[in-house]
Ligand binder design. Structure first.
Ligand SMILES: NC(=O)c1ccc[n+]([C@@H]2O[C@H](COP(=O)([O-])OP(=O)(O)OC[C@H]3O[C@@H](n4cnc5c(N)ncnc54)[C@H](OP(=O)(O)O)[C@@H]3O)[C@@H](O)[C@H]2O)c1
Length: 320
């Protein structure tokens, strides 16, 4: 089999395309022939060593394909089943070993490409809009990087829940895409808290979904109404420096949370319930998935460069 391997932390040049021995599924595990792998910003953090992992490391947290073998004790999937997953390391590969309890069976008609494109970011957008802060009809919601992989899904889900959505983007092309996804108002990053105040008649938004981090953190707090919620779910521009909780008081008894997908898919029931909603919306057409680029697996470096360079919109896939 082939995989992308990280022998040492660093920039995209550390990603090596290498031949590896075929893996074998252990107890409770399944071997999958990978059809498509999702690229996510967390793959960059893993590559950089921001979340240290033992090396050498096969990165990648999301994929879909066909089961080719099952380990001892696995009874609910069999070879030939089409499956997808999120939050499982080792997905930048032609074959992946995945714990059976992390798998989602793909419904008839859902291609592995689409599954690998929507599972990780879709489950994340689901918990952010339904659980971290359950968006209500009439809420004002701010979504940063609104044309990104996460952004396009957050915009659509907040609209499905009846919100007015304000998005930030860095280019006219990104503005067009975010508006097509349903964003009501689009603003640039420069002076966005003032623009948000103006749009909301001085009130501020009920919730900010901020995956940009360092560059937007202070402005996001300044965009909230009293008792508003700051959902800081990522750090594409870099990590947020240490911060004085008194800032939350000064901003109006604000809430700050730093959530992550694993804690919102903590049980098999929770994973399947969110996946069921998500894949149902994809099947019905209520949720559109924008795959902007497909790269051969061997060209993972280029995918990382494009993602970090802010040159992408929607979802990127690696095709083994
Ligand atoms: N906590 C969780 O459970 C969870 C799960 C999934 C993803 N995430 C987070 O969600 C965020 C988005 O991930 P994604 O995979 O969907 O990526 P993405 O949004 O498609 O790409 C990142 C976007 O962030 C914006 N950005 C602003 N400043 C940037 C900078 N200095 N460098 C790079 N990008 C910058 C860019 O959009 P503009 O050019 O429009 O500014 C860029 O296109 C990441 O922070 C990721 O870690 C968190």
């Amino acid at each position: 089999m082939h995989a992308i391997v990280i022998p040492a932390y660093g920039d995209s040049s550390v990603l090596e395309y290498a031949e590896r021995p075929d893996p074998e599924p252990g107890p409770g595990e399944v071997l999958v022939e990978v059809a498509a792998t999702g690229v996510n910003f967390i793959d960059v953090y893993h590559r950089e060593g921001r979340y240290p992992m033992p090396l050498p490391l096969v990165p990648g947290n999301e994929g879909a394909g066909t089961v080719t073998a099952v380990g001892p004790g696995v009874t609910d999937v069999v070879p030939g089943d089409r499956v997808g997953w999120a939050s499982v390391m080792g997905s930048y590969a032609t074959k992946a070993v995945v714990p059976a309890d992390k798998l989602v069976r793909l419904p008839e008609g859902l291609s592995p490409d689409l599954a690998a494109a929507v599972l990780l970011q879709g489950l994340t957008a689901h918990y952010l809009t339904h659980s971290t802060y359950a968006v209500r009809s009439g809420d004002d919601v701010l979504v940063h990087a609104a044309a990104g992989g996460m952004g396009l899904l957050l915009v659509q889900m907040a609209k499905l829940r009846g919100a007015r959505v304000i998005g930030t983007v860095s280019s006219a092309e990104k503005e067009k895409l975010a508006r097509q996804a349903g964003a009501d108002e689009i603003v640039g990053y420069e002076g966005f808290p003032e623009a948000v105040r103006e749009i909301t008649d001085g009130a501020g938004v009920h919730v900010v979904y901020d995956g940009v981090g360092a560059a937007t953190f202070e402005g996001s707090l300044a965009s909230l109404r009293p008792r508003g919620m700051m959902a800081l779910y990522g750090a594409a521009s870099g990590p947020v420096p240490p911060f004085d909780p008194q800032r939350l008081n000064a901003g109006g008894s604000l809430f700050l949370t730093r959530p992550t997908l694993a804690h919102y898919t903590a049980t098999r029931e929770e994973l399947l319930s969110r996946a069921n909603d998500l894949l149902g919306w994809v099947a019905s057409g209520a949720l559109k998935v924008h795959v902007s680029q497909r790269y051969p697996l061997a060209e993972a470096r280029r995918a990382h460069d494009d993602l970090e360079g802010r040159r992408t919109t929607g979802k990127l896939l690696l095709i083994p």
